[in-house]
Write a protein that binds this ligand. Structure first.
Ligand code: FES
Length: 197
């Protein structure tokens, strides 16, 4: 099946989490908690094919306001691809980046709206997180993996503009190797279950 993330097309397997498809393909998406349903930076807006995705779980309902759900927002670490077809999503971090580049005056209003939507769900969010248990070492490993993948995105973004091409390639190579091992962990079934409990 095909999944379009921020305007670029990728292949995905049934059962894959949106976050894993994005990370494997180095698509611009937030995942600072490494896909554990904590950081809430992995918001995406579904533009097409919402019926091909897993139904909204109780965990997502606890973290996303009714307004965001109505607008087609999903959490990429809590959403899996289920049926064949074409899905199109845009990540929130990409939307913010575009806003910054094209119309930065919209940013304060957008930040205020998202802050409000997080505030109205704060009690539910706290309730959910207080009932969950984490393997702290695994969580730390996932977070480091998330940061590593984010750094890879920065390296990729800087490559074309870097004057010392040889150095850039070395940096990119080292980081890619590191990210590869992290992605292997991220695509394990354990991660797929994530915080869907
Ligand atoms: S909540 Fe952190 S990656 Fe989804």
């Amino acid at each position: 099946m095909t999944i379009i993330i921020n305007g670029k097309s990728y292949e995905a397997e049934s059962g894959e989490r949106l976050i894993d498809v994005a990370r494997i393909n180095h698509a611009h998406i937030g995942y600072f908690c490494g896909g554990n349903g904590i950081c809430q930076t992995c918001y995406v807006t579904v533009k097409k094919g919402s019926e091909l995705l897993s139904p909204i779980s109780d965990s997502e309902k606890a973290l996303l306001s009714d307004t965001l759900i109505k607008e087609g927002t999903r959490m990429a670490c809590l959403t899996t691809v289920e049926k064949p077809g074409t899905i199109e999503i845009v990540s929130t971090v990409e939307q913010v980046k575009e806003m910054f580049e094209k119309n930065p005056l919209q940013l304060p209003g957008y930040a205020g709206k998202m802050g409000w939507e997080a505030l109205v769900k704060f009690p539910d969010t706290m309730q959910l997180q207080s009932t969950r248990s984490f393997d702290l070492w695994q969580l730390l490993s996932d977070i480091i993996g998330g940061i590593g993948s984010a750094l890879q995105l920065v390296v990729d973004a800087l490559q074309p503009a870097c004057p010392a091409k040889a150095e850039c390639k070395i940096i990119g190579h080292i980081d890619s190797a590191n990210t590869h091992s992290q992605l292997s962990e991220a695509t394990e079934p354990r991660a797929k279950q994530g915080a869907q409990a």
